[in-house]
Design a binder for this molecule. Sequence first.
Ligand code: UDP
Length: 239
Amino acid sequence: QAPHTLYKRVLLKISGEALMGEQQYGIDLNVAERVAREVAEAVKNGTEVCLVIGGGNIFRGLSVAAKGMDRAAADYMGMLATVMNALAMQNSLERIGVPTRVQSAIPMTSIAEPYIRRRAIRHMEKGRVVIFAAGTGNPFFTTDTAAALRAAEMGCEALFKGTQVDGVYSDDPRKNPDAERYEQLDYLQVLAQDLKVMDAAAVTLMRENAVPIVVFNIHKPGEFARVLAGEGTCTTIGE
Ligand code: UDP
């Protein structure tokens, strides 16, 4: 019988846009609930899961800064957007019976725990999903970098990036039918070819700590659990 999971602990990063569904802005609760079911299945199969969710569906610091706002202030607003997404995802997870804790890199103790590394690990050991909110807590960073940082801190065996397509392609598969999916890439290829998977800081951090990045389709039902069991479609970035 095939193993239910090859991984003891992973971090799943999804962008804010992944929660948007067909909308132009904000959170589609139906989509959040579908993503929650993906996470629930992984937890049920024995993988400890922590999450980082972006904020681009609500606020993107860089694009607002480009219109004249102070970059640091805009980035703090972006980090607050990730807190909203984290609370929405916590709600969706708990509705289907998955105990969840939100930990924020910017202390907001009325709505989330402050980020405490050892406490986050303890939550996961108890079967709780931990959602890391507010990115790294620092402007000029992204939630990709936050995901890489937390994956390293949590001792995750891999950083899973849930996207709209089932891996990294030679070109945009939604525009170019001849685009080919890579099965395996190494970190330096991703950096040298500037493949738009995660930002360079995140890829570099994962390379330095030898944590593989697994890119897969978060919108395909059951796919997260299949990829965790080594059976799904994905691109693996490693040495
Ligand atoms: N952000 C930040 N520091 C961090 C993480 C995020 O300043 O450590 C801000 C930044 O302005 C970013 C916004 O939060 O534009 C939303 O995050 P991101 O763009 O990474 O979200 P995604 O593209 O994954 O939806």
